[in-house]
Design a protein around this ligand. Structure first.
Ligand SMILES: Cc1ncc(COP(=O)(O)O)c(C=O)c1O
Length: 1004
C-alpha cells in the first residue's frame, strides 16, 4: 500500500486544535482557526491568528514514511541556505516531527511550517513579470538542488514525467481522439525522453512545481511549497512540470515560454539534450495528470483536487499536439540564444559550397524575370481576386517573362484558420518560406543535386501544394531537403519514395490551376535543413515573429537558384534611369544596343541586368581580371582605410608597385609617371616627347584613337576625321593603316606589307627629313578603333627605326592591349621586336579603378625634369598603387596571360572555322589572345563592309545574353575583348550563337 492508495488522514478539527496547543508551546495561549488547504494525500491546515500570523500544519498520510518527511525537512533547509531562496520556502517550526492518531487511530506525522502569504499561481492573473520571476526562481532552485543529495530522493514515482511508460496500462481509460493524443504523446516520450534520458543532467528535483504549489504576490513568485514529490530525476523536470501548468493559463504560448524558459536559461543554462526532451516532458506530465485524473476519479469521486487540472490539461495537450516537436525544439533553442537549428552556420556554408544544377532545362538567369508580389503592396491582389482570377491576372502581368515570388514576403493570400499560429493564436503564418517561379504548365523540373525522394504526396486541398515532391540530400554528415510544390500529377506516378535521384534528373513538371492547389502555374521551391516530423507536407509559410527560427529551418532558396541579389533589391526601372540620364547628362555619351541595358551587378565575366538576366561580357576589357574582383576590392579598401594621399609624401606602396611594373618592360624603360586615365597618359607622353625633341609634329596611324583631350583628339584620326571632327591639323601626319582587306593594297597582293611599309617610309622621309621636326610617332600594335587590325610583321620595326633617325620618339599606346591581353606577350609591342621610347598604360591597369601611367627611359624622364613641377593630385596615390599591385597579383596568381593565350587561340580557331563556313559574311578574323575582331562583309565582297549585319549581330546576341560591340572605320568589325577570366565554355557559347545567327541570315 502506498500513500496514493491510503485514504488521507481523518481529522476531528476540535480535537486536533487541542493537540496542537498541547504540543507546540507557542500555540498554547493563542486563539486560532484551522482552515483546510488543498492536498491530494495529506491533510493540511492553515493556522490563522490574524492576517499577518499564519502557519501551516501538515498531517501526513499514515503511509508516509518518517524518513521521507525528514528528507523533505533537510531539503527545505538546504534550499533556504541560499540567500536568494530563503524567503521562498516555508520555515520549519517544529524541532522534530511529532505524531498524531487520526479518527481511525492511524498514526500520522505532523509538521509545522510558516505560511507564505500570497495567491496561488493557479488563482492569479499572470503577466510577464510573474512568468519571468517563475523561470528565474526555478533556475535558482535547480542550481541549488544540484548540490544536494539524499538516499530518500532515489525512488520511482508515477508523477515523474521522465518515465511515463507505466501509463500504457491505462490506455483503456481513454477513447477516440483523446486516446490518439495520449498514444502520440507516449510515442514522443519514447523518442525524445526515454532514448535521451541517460544524456540528461540529473539531480534532486522539487518534483511538483504545479500552479497550486507556487505562490504569487506583487507580480512575482514569493513561494514554492510542497516537497512531497521531490525525487532524484532529470533536473529539467521541474521546468517541464511548471510549464505544463503555466502554459494552461497562457493564450500566447510563445510569450510564456519565452518568459519562463528564457529567464531560466539566463541563470541556469539549458543544454541541447535538455532542450531536446523538454517538449515531450511537458506533454508527458500532462499525460500523467490526465491518466491520474481518469484513474483516481473512479476511486475518490469526491476529491476535487484530483481532477482540478484535468480540463486545463486536455486543452493544453490538444494545443501542443498541433506543434511539431522538432519545431518546438528549434523555438526553445532560439529562446535559449542558440542557433535554432544546431550547427546552422556550418550547414549553410556546406550547402553554399555545392555546385547546383539548373532546376529547369535552362538557366533561370538566362531569362528575363519579373517579381510577382503577393504582399500588401501587390497590384495583382488589389481587387481581392479569387484564385481563379488571380491565375489570369498573373498570366497577363508576366506576358513572356518568368515570375518570381519572394522568399520571406509577408503575404496576403493565406486566409484560412489553417494559418493561425499554434504558439500564438493572435498571429498568422503568412511569411513565404520558398521562392515561387511562375512558369508555363508542364515545364519539366530537375533535381539541382543528388538525393532521394522522401516525400511524394498529393496535398490535394484547396490552396495547398497539390502534388508535392521532397528530396533529401546528404552533404557530408548533414541532411538537407528541397521541396517542389504545385506540380502536375505525373510525378506521383513516375517517382517512388526512397528512389535515388541524380542531379539533373526529371522530378516532376509544373501543374495547372486545377491540380496544383488552385494557383497560377508555378513551382514553390523551398530548402529545409530539417524535415521536422513531416511525412507528407511541409509548411511553406511561417510566422513573422518566429522568422529567426524559420530562416534556419528554411534558408533562402536562392542559395540554389542563384538569382542575382540586385534583382530582388532594385527599385529603379530602365525607362526611369534612361530619362533621368537624358535629362542630366551630356547627350554625346553613347548607349550601347537598340534596347539599352540597365545593369545592376557584375561578377567575373558576367553582368546582371534589372531583369535578373545574366550577360556574358565579351567587350569590357577594363575589368581585366574580372568584374567585382574581391581581391582587388580588398586591396583598395584596406589601403583606403590606412592612407591615401599624393606623391608629395613618401610611402612605400608606390615604390613597390613601380618596381614590379617596370620589371615587365625591357630594361631600358625604367622610369614611370602615374596618371589617372589613358588620355592623361597619352597627353603627358605627348608633352614629354615635345619637350624632349623640342618639336611638335606628330606621326599617327590612320583610324587611331588615343584619347579624349584636346591634344589627343588632334592626334586621333578616328575622331577628327569623323562626325563633329575638325579635320587634321597641320602638325599631324597620318600613316595609312595597313589594311589587308580593303586597303590600298590587300592580302591578295603578296607585297602588300612592303607596299604599306615603303609608302610609310617614303612619307616619313618626305615630311621630316627637311620639312618638319618630328616629335613622336604614336601607335598601337593592334589598332583597336581601326578594327582590331594587327600591324603586319616587320612594319613597326622599320618605321620605328626611321622615326628615330628623324629624331622622333616612338610612343606605344598599350592602353587597350597591355597587361597580358594579347597572350603571347605582356605588352603588344613586344611581338614586333621593338622597344618604344615611351609606353602609355591605362584601362586594365586598375580593373576599373582610374590608374594609368607613362613609362619611359631614364634619359627622357630626366629631360622632362626641366624645372616645372609635374604634379598630379590623384596619379600614383597609395590607393591606386595598391589596386594596381593587386591587379598584377591576380594576373599572376590566376595565370591570366596564359589563359588569354589559350582561350584566345581557341576562340580564334573556332571563329576561323565559322569564317570558312560563312565566307559570304566574314572576310577576316584578326587579333591576338583575347583581343579579337571579326570583319563582316556583304555577299563575299571584301570591299563591302557590312555595318548593318554587324549591328544586327550584336543586337541579336544581346538578346541571347552576349555582349559584343562593333568598331572599325566602317563599324563592321565585331570587337571581342572580354575580361581575361573568359573560358572555353564561354567561347563555345558565343561561337554557337554567332553560328546560329549567320545560319539564320543565310536562310533568308
Ligand atoms: C588606345 C587608346 N588610348 C587611349 C585611350 C584613352 O583612355 P581613357 O578613356 O582612359 O582616357 C583609349 C580609350 O578608349 C584607347 O582605346
Amino acid at each position: 500500500m502506498s500513500v496514493f492508495n491510503e485514504q488521507p488522514p481523518l481529522i476531528n478539527v476540535k480535537k486536533f486544535s487541542l493537540w496542537l496547543k498541547n504540543n507546540y508551546p507557542f500555540l498554547k495561549t493563542k486563539n486560532f482557526k484551522l482552515l483546510r488547504l488543498n492536498s491530494e494525500r495529506d491533510i493540511n491546515f492553515l493556522i490563522k491568528f490574524n492576517e499577518n500570523k499564519k502557519y501551516v500544519v501538515k498531517i501526513s498520510n499514515p503511509k508516509e514514511s518518517l524518513k521521507q518527511l525528514e528528507y523533505q525537512d533537510l531539503l527545505i533547509q538546504h534550499l533556504r541556505s541560499n540567500r536568494q531562496l530563503k524567503e521562498i520556502y516555508p520555515k520549519i517550526l517544529h524541532k522534530k516531527i511529532l505524531f498524531y492518531e487520526d479518527n481511525k487511530n492511524r498514526v500520522c506525522a505532523v509538521r509545522l511550517l510558516t505560511y507564505i502569504n500570497g495567491n496561488m499561481y493557479a488563482k492569479s492573473k499572470i503577466n510577464t513579470s510573474i512568468e519571468k520571476s517563475l523561470g528565474k526562481l526555478l533556475a535558482i532552485q535547480s542550481k541549488q538542488l544540484n548540490s544536494f543529495m539524499h538516499s530518500q530522493a532515489m525512488r520511482i514515482f508515477d508523477w515523474d514525467p521522465s518515465n511515463i511508460i507505466w501509463v500504457k496500462k491505462f490506455l483503456s481509460l481513454f477513447s477516440g481522439f483523446k486516446k490518439d493524443v495520449i498514444i502520440e504523446s507516449i510515442k514522443q516520450h519514447e523518442l525524445f525522453v526515454q532514448k535521451n534520458k541517460k544524456n540528461l543532467k540529473h539531480s534532486v528535483t522539487h518534483g511538483d512545481p504545479n500552479d497550486y504549489n507556487i505562490v504569487v504576490k506583487n507580480e512575482k513568485i514569493v513561494g514554492l511549497i510542497d516537497f512531497g514529490d521531490s525525487i532524484y530525476a532529470p533536473s529539467i523536470n521541474d521546468l517541464a512540470i511548471a510549464l505544463s501548468y503555466s502554459l494552461t493559463q497562457s493564450q500566447n504560448l510563445f510569450d510564456t515560454l519565452n518568459n519562463i524558459v528564457g529567464s531560466y536559461n539566463k541563470i541556469y543554462p539549458i543544454n541541447d539534450d535538455e532542450i531536446y526532451s523538454l517538449f515531450s516532458l511537458i506533454k508527458s506530465r500532462l499525460v500523467i495528470t490526465l491518466v491520474m485524473a481518469a484513474k483516481q476519479r473512479k476511486k475518490y469521486p469526491d476529491n476535487r483536487y484530483l481532477s482540478i487540472s484535468e480540463k486545463n490539461a486536455w486543452l493544453l495537450i490538444f494545443k501542443l499536439n498541433k506543434i511539431d516537436p522538432y519545431f518546438f525544439i528549434a523555438v526553445i533553442r532560439s529562446i535559449c540564444n542558440k542557433e535554432p537549428i544546431g550547427n546552422f552556420s556550418q550547414r549553410l556554408d556546406l550547402l553554399k559550397s555545392q555546385k547546383f544544377g539548373n532546376i529547369f532545362d535552362f538557366d533561370l538567369n538566362d531569362v528575363n524575370k519579373k517579381i510577382v508580389n503577393f504582399d500588401k503592396s501587390s497590384i495583382l491582389l488589389k481587387s481581392n481576386p479569387s484564385n481563379f482570377r488571380l491565375n489570369n491576372l498573373v498570366k497577363k502581368f508576366l506576358k513572356n517573362d518568368i515570375g518570381i515570388g519572394l522568399y520571406k514576403e509577408k503575404r496576403k493570400v493565406y486566409k484560412s484558420n489553417h494559418y493561425i499560429s499554434s504558439l500564438n493564436p493572435s498571429k498568422r503564418r503568412d511569411i513565404h518560406l520558398g521562392i515561387d517561379i511562375f512558369i508555363d504548365e508542364t515545364t519539366p523540373i530537375r533535381a539541382p543535386l543528388n538525393g532521394k525522394v522522401v516525400i511524394l504526396h498529393n496535398n490535394d486541398f484547396k490552396y495547398d501544394y497539390g502534388p508535392t515532391v521532397i528530396l533529401e540530400h546528404k552533404i557530408s554528415t548533414y541532411k538537407f531537403y528541397t521541396l517542389y510544390g504545385h506540380l502536375s500529377k505525373k510525378c506521383l506516378k513516375k517517382l517512388k519514395v526512397g528512389q535515388s535521384i541524380n542531379k539533373g534528373d526529371w522530378i516532376g513538371e509544373i501543374g495547372g490551376y486545377n491540380v496544383n492547389g488552385n494557383w497560377p502555374p508555378h513551382l514553390h521551391f523551398q530548402i529545409m535543413t530539417s524535415l521536422l516530423s513531416e511525412v507528407d507536407n511541409f509548411p511553406g509559410v511561417g510566422e513573422e515573429y518566429l522568422l529567426k527560427i524559420w530562416e534556419q529551418i528554411s534558408p533562402d532558396p536562392n542559395i540554389i537558384l542563384k538569382i542575382p541579389k540586385t534583382f530582388f533589391t532594385n527599385k529603379s526601372k530602365i525607362l526611369n534611369v534612361l530619362s533621368k540620364r537624358k535629362k542630366n547628362i551630356g547627350l554625346n555619351l553613347s548607349i550601347s544596343y537598340e534596347k539599352p541595358l540597365h545593369m545592376l551587378e557584375a561578377k567575373d565575366q558576367y553582368f546582371y541586368d534589372e531583369n535578373g538576366r545574366k550577360y556574358l561580357d565579351c567587350v569590357n576589357n577594363i575589368s581585366h581580371v574580372g568584374h567585382s574582383n574581391s581581391y582587388v576590392h580588398e586591396a583598395l579598401v584596406n589601403q583606403n582605410l590606412k592612407l591615401n594621399t599624393n606623391t608629395r609624401y613618401l610611402y612605400d606602396i608606390i615604390n613597390e608597385y613601380s618596381e614590379r611594373i617596370l620589371k615587365t618592360f625591357p630594361k631600358k624603360l625604367n622610369r614611370i609617371f602615374f596618371v589617372c586615365t589613358g588620355s592623361e597618359a597619352n597627353d603627358l607622353a605627348l608633352r614629354i616627347a615635345n619637350n624632349y625633341t623640342k618639336a611638335n609634329h606628330i606621326l599617327v596611324m590612320d583610324n587611331a584613337y588615343h584619347g579624349h583631350t584636346n591634344s589627343l583628339i588632334d592626334i586621333s584620326p578616328y575622331k577628327f576625321n569623323s562626325k563633329g571632327g575638325e579635320g587634321k591639323k597641320d602638325n599631324i601626319h597620318i600613316l595609312r593603316m595597313p589594311d589587308e582587306i580593303r586597303g590600298k593594297w590587300n592580302a591578295k597582293n603578296s607585297k602588300w606589307i612592303n607596299n604599306y611599309t615603303n609608302e610609310a617610309l617614303e612619307f616619313i622621309n618626305e615630311m621630316f627629313l627637311k620639312k618638319y621636326s618630328l616629335s613622336s610617332f604614336f601607335f598601337e600594335s593592334i589598332l583597336g578603333c581601326g578594327g582590331q587590325v594587327v600591324l603586319p610583321k616587320g612594319y613597326l620595326k622599320k618605321i620605328v627605326k626611321l622615326v628615330r633617325k628623324n629624331n622622333g620618339l616612338c610612343i606605344a599606346d598599350e592602353v587597350q592591349t597591355g597587361f597580358g591581353r594579347v597572350g603571347n606577350y605582356f605588352w603588344a609591342f613586344e611581338e614586333h621586336g621593338i622597344v618604344p621610347d615611351i609606353v602609355t598604360l591605362g584601362k586594365p591597369m586598375g580593373n576599373g579603378h582610374p590608374i594609368a601611367a607613362v613609362v619611359t627611359t631614364e634619359k627622357i624622364a630626366k629631360s622632362f625634369n626641366n624645372g616645372m613641377e609635374y604634379f598630379n593630385s590623384f596619379g600614383g596615390n597609395p590607393v591606386s598603387c595598391a589596386v594596381g599591385n593587386a591587379v598584377l597579383d591576380v594576373i599572376q596568381n590566376k595565370n591570366l596571360q596564359k589563359n588569354a593565350k589559350n582561350v584566345g587561340n581557341y576562340f580564334i580557331n573556332k571563329l576561323q572555322k565559322i569564317k570558312k563556313k560563312f565566307p559570304k559574311y566574314i572576310s577576316k578574323i584578326s587579333g591576338r589572345g583575347l583581343f579579337i575582331g571579326i570583319d563582316l562583309i556583304e555577299n563575299s565582297n571584301f570591299d563591302l563592309p557590312n555595318q548593318k549585319l554587324a549591328t544586327k549581330l550584336i543586337n541579336t546576341l544581346r538578346l541571347k545574353g552576349i555582349l559584343l560591340s562593333t568598331d572599325g572605320p566602317y563599324n563592321n568589325v565585331i570587337k571581342i575583348k572580354p575580361p581575361l577570366v573568359f573560358n572555353k565554355d564561354n567561347v563555345d557559347y558565343v561561337c554557337s550563337e554567332i553560328n546560329n545567327f549567320l545560319l539564320h541570315e543565310n536562310k533568308k
